[in-house]
Design a protein around this ligand. Structure first.
Ligand SMILES: *Cc1c(COP(=O)(O)O)cnc(C)c1O
Length: 433
């Protein structure tokens, strides 16, 4: 599988190079350059196929020659699975929050870490440099902890550092180095870009990043769309839709990849909260970003999605097709709470507010499009315990944090606190290694 830049100036690169470089030099983002048809691999699977089996089959087919079947089997072996629950004739929920930090991002981060470990097996080691905050730090910490040859440096903005066990730190025998930058998340992200673009330095120390923009995190998210289809295909003949709570649009783009790989799907609902100006772009109008307002589904509080260039590359290729496959929706806080209440009273299911945005959008769509509609799979992206206060407000139910998620609240100290300057950071990196 080859990748090109959304700006198309640079030549195509292999999966391994796209994953290691993260960002093309021309300022674009990496996107697959050719469509690969995976139907021969997943159409014969059925509800008995396990998630690791599916991944071990489709990943080497996608990464032709770059990931051998033995490596793929190791990468696919994870201890959490997506879980599909049928609510009724019209709706199912795809639970994606069974991972170690309770969001769908565990799927992308875990695969990315495991695949890097395999791809770099014969190298002398690499540094994974990422800008993180709160939850994303915890997610990467779990995914990369203990991976052979991968030293994981995380840049945190000012403020408390939560979600990483100090037992994972390098001075305790682990491979994680948390560094606090005197500045904002933007400063941390800029430093990651600058370090990677300092090619002599980043090549010398083999530096790459695990930020969500990396194609190594997006590609594996396509697998759970295929898995949901495989689980449900016997029950329905067509008219399958997915409703995806969308902030930076990484999850939805992965669904579009699954469609490009041959997934028979009629459409995707881009479920946004009131931060919805991006819906205008999807409708073919001018996109005028607005300042973000805080809602009860914070992961969707985004002004300009970080995957904007990737998303619009689909529209440059086939605008009319895209307008018939992605449908924007906007759900406010009140409707979100109502959907949570309905999921609880009608189906006995506790949803987090992000999943509730997707369920509310799915029900609105159903009411308008009954004829083209057979079944809708709603993506539950976050564990309800992560938003316990909102869940209690909507349903009266108290949810306590499962033991495995308790780490998310734990605070840790950084290994160093430095100013947001490239030279300072590079000096520190060189001395750490
Ligand atoms: C990150 C996140 C989202 C948004 O996903 P994108 O890929 O940014 O669109 C939705 N729900 C939860 C719980 C999240 O953590």
């Amino acid at each position: 599988m080859y990748f090109r830049s959304t700006k198309s100036i640079e030549p195509e690169v292999s999966f391994k190079d796209a994953v290691l470089r993260c960002l093309p030099n021309d300022g674009g983002l990496y996107v697959p350059s050719k469509v690969i048809d995976l139907r021969q691999f997943f159409l014969y699977m059925d509800e008995r196929t396990s998630y690791p089996e599916l991944v071990a089959t489709v990943a080497p087919a996608l990464l032709q020659g770059e990931l051998n079947p033995f490596s793929a089997a190791r990468v696919a072996e994870i201890d959490f699975e997506p879980e599909l629950t049928r609510l009724d004739e019209n709706f199912s929920i795809l639970n994606l929050y069974n991972g170690p930090t309770g969001t769908f991002k565990d799927f992308g981060a875990t695969f990315h870490a495991a695949v890097l470990e395999e791809l770099l097996k014969n190298n002398s080691g690499a540094i994974i440099l990422s800008a993180v905050r709160g939850d994303s730090g915890g997610c990467l910490g779990r995914a990369f902890y203990g991976r052979r040859g991968l030293t994981t440096v995380m840049l945190f903005p000012s403020g408390p550092i939560r979600g990483i066990d100090p037992a994972f730190f390098i001075h305790n025998g682990g491979n994680i180095i948390p560094i606090q930058i005197r500045g904002t998340l933007d400063d941390c992200q800029r430093l990651v870009r600058e370090t990677i673009n300092d090619r002599p330095f980043s090549e010398r120390y083999c530096i790459t990043s695990a930020n969500a923009i990396n194609p190594g995190r997006l590609l594996p998210q396509a697998f759970y769309y295929l898995y949901a289809f495989v689980k449900i295909k016997k029950l329905f003949s067509g008219g399958l839709f997915f409703s995806v709570p969308s902030g930076n649009f990484g999850n939805l783009i992965s669904g579009l990849y699954a469609w490009k790989f041959g997934l028979p799907v009629n459409g995707f609902i881009a479920a946004m909260n009131t931060n919805d100006p991006f819906g205008d772009f999807i409708r073919g109008k001018e996109f005028k970003p607005r300042p973000v307002v805080a809602t009860n589904s914070p992961a969707l509080d985004v002004s300009v999605p970080s995957n904007f260039a990737r998303f619009s590359s689909f529209y440059e290729e086939a605008p009319a097709v895209m307008r018939h496959i992605v449908f924007p929706a906007s759900i406010d806080d009140t409707a979100t709470l109502k959907a949570m209440e309905l999921a609880w009273t009608q189906y006995g299911m506790l949803l987090d507010p992000h999943a509730a945005v997707a369920l509310a959008a799915a029900r609105d769509f159903f009411n308008k499009e009954k004829n083209s509609f057979d079944h809708m799979i709603v993506l539950a992206t976050g564990h309800p315990a992560r938003e316990a206060a909102v869940v209690e407000e909507a349903t009266g139910q108290k949810v306590s944090l499962p033991e495995k998620l308790a780490l998310l609240k734990k605070e840790a100290d950084p290994i160093a606190i430095v100013d947001p300057h490239l030279g300072t950071l590079e000096g520190l990196l060189a001395s750490c290694l």
